[in-house]
Design a protein around this ligand. Structure first.
Ligand code: SAM
Ligand code: SF4
Length: 468
């Protein structure tokens, strides 16, 4: 491993701009790249740059087809669901695109108490959620002590006589020091998520005014190094699409993934692709500086999928249902459902506090689940790998030879069955049961079927939290 490169800036702006100044690839070059992608080995930076320069419609559809094959081969028809809990919207930064920015006086501010966090957790558990993302603005009151307590509070909530509880907490928080990460690690967080927003250091200055902690590009860029040093192996990266050239941001994420892989032996656990949404009191969200069209958004999703085949890809409710239903076929493996982005929104329907941005998908969780069932996807609440210690490099060792299928589909079926038993209305339940039956008929690991069927029967008779 490349220890000397740890904590160093790994983005060479002119190198990336140079890579993007090339012409679109000829068909022969494209074929070569896509053939490599179909071997599930991922792509290098130059190959990704070539794909990003494709503009011909037919060639784009070839990239999409390759992404569809890669997605299906590695992840199958399964989709992991989660929901965010916004613990506060007070922020000391002034990001020009976010409603939580400190100079925005148009929203009401709030930091949840531990009791309120417990209420939010209960409300999500009652919808059937098992995976939660804790998220907030940056300020002293939302520091590490608060977050550690928030994590303990969230894990501590038990519903229906102890049958329902949050099984995995991921956190999306401002960059911090290695010691803080060590503390979060002790509280048993899953993934630490932080978006670079833009990997372009010049643009970064424009959106993050000097004098705020977030203005420090390098400190944010090296945050995953500190997370790794603090013991957190699962990290999630992302860029906020709409701030810069989307092609540059994709190359930036590739460089980030390469950096983590070479320094720590394992790339990011997830990549998120948030797209800038309208936000009250945030000038750069009202007039998006470099909008990414729907077509380019689909293309970039497909390119990331084939470039980093074993990295989970997350899409939030920023996108509308149509886009979400499309992108699950080309790369997305995790999706939020029934989300609200204002603190206290689940328990209180707290419309008074300010939300971070406008949602594209307002549907309740069961409606989202219904539409995924209709698309033939199994909604999964699985947390098996994390709880069995299959994280970071261990997860990748497991995932790369294709073993992921042996664990992930059965575990998805178990958690989906629990959902159908405990939370679904009858029509959803009937549709869901048919989907489980069909998935088992199509499942190629026939030797596992008796065990899977036994577990499904145990769930039907009341057992919970069973996983491989
Ligand atoms: N405050 C922390 C930070 O900035 O890292 C925690 C997360 S912040 C609440 C979550 C993310 O929301 C930001 O990293 C940014 O990418 C995204 N975001 C901010 N404003 C947005 C907008 N108008 N539309 C879509 N996403 C936005
Ligand atoms: Fe604060 Fe994060 Fe919003 Fe920036 S993006 S204003 S840091 S909450």
């Amino acid at each position: 491993m490349n220890i000397q490169d740890r904590n160093k800036v790994f983005i060479d702006r002119s190198k990336l701009l140079d890579l993007l100044s090339r012409k679109a690839p000829e068909q022969s070059e494209l074929n070569e790249i896509l053939n490599k992608a179909l071997k599930l080995k991922g792509l290098n930076l130059k190959e990704v740059a070539a794909l990003l320069c494709v503009e011909d419609e037919k060639q784009i559809s070839e990239i999409m087809d390759a992404a569809h094959t890669v997605k299906d081969e590695i992840y199958g028809k399964r989709l992991v669901l989660f929901a965010p809990i916004y613990t506060g919207n007070v922020c000391c930064n002034n990001c020009t695109y976010c409603s939580f920015r400190k100079d925005n006086h148009l929203i009401k501010r709030k930091i949840l108490t531990m009791d309120e966090i417990a209420e939010e957790t209960r409300a999500l558990l009652r919808q059937g959620h098992k995976r939660v993302l804790l998220i907030c603005g940056e300020n002293n009151k939302n520091g590490t002590d608060y977050m550690c307590e928030a994590i303990r509070t969230t894990y501590g909530v038990k519903e229906r006589g102890g049958r329902d509880y949050v099984r995995r907490i991921n956190v999306e928080l401002a960059p911090m020091e290695t010691e803080d990460f060590a503390r979060l690690h002790e509280e048993k967080i899953g993934t630490y998520v932080c978006f670079q927003e833009t990997y372009d250091s010049e643009l970064y200055k424009r959106y993050h005014p000097a004098g705020t902690p977030k203005a420090d590009y390098e400190y944010r860029l090296t945050v995953m190094d500190r997370a790794q040093e603090g013991g957190i192996n699962d990290v999630g990266i992302g860029a906020l699409f709409g701030l810069g050239d989307y092609r540059f941001e994709v190359l930036g994420m590739m460089e980030h993934a390469n950096h983590l892989e070479s320094c720590y032996g394992c790339g990011p656990h997830t990549v998120s692709i948030p797209r800038l949404e309208p936000a009250v009191g945030a000038p750069d969200a009202e007039h998006v500086p470099m909008p990414v069209s729907d077509e380019n958004f689909k293309k970039l999703t497909a390119i990331i999928r084939i470039a980093l085949p074993y990295t989970g890809m997350i899409l939030s409710t920023r996108e509308n249902s149509e886009m979400r239903n499309t992108l699950i076929n080309y790369g997305i493996s995790q999706i939020s459902a029934g989300s609200r982005t204002n603190p206290g929104a689940y328990a209180e329907d707290e419309k008074g506090t300010g939300s971070q941005f406008e949602l594209g998908d307002h549907r309740e969780m069961e409606d989202v689940i219904n539409s995924f069932i209709d698309e033939g996807y199994v909604p999964s609440f699985c947390t098996g790998c994390y709880r069995k210690g299959r994280v970071g490099e261990d997860f990748m060792d497991l995932a790369k030879p294709g073993l992921i299928k042996q664990y992930c589909l059965p575990n998805a079926l178990f958690t989906f069955k629990e959902y159908l038993e405990d939370f679904a209305h009858e029509d959803t339940r009937n549709k869901g049961m048919k989907l489980i039956k069909r998935m088992l008929e199509e499942y190629d690991q026939k030797q596992l079927i008796p065990k899977i069927e036994k577990n499904l029967a145990d769930i039907e008779s009341g057992q919970r939290d069973i996983y491989f």
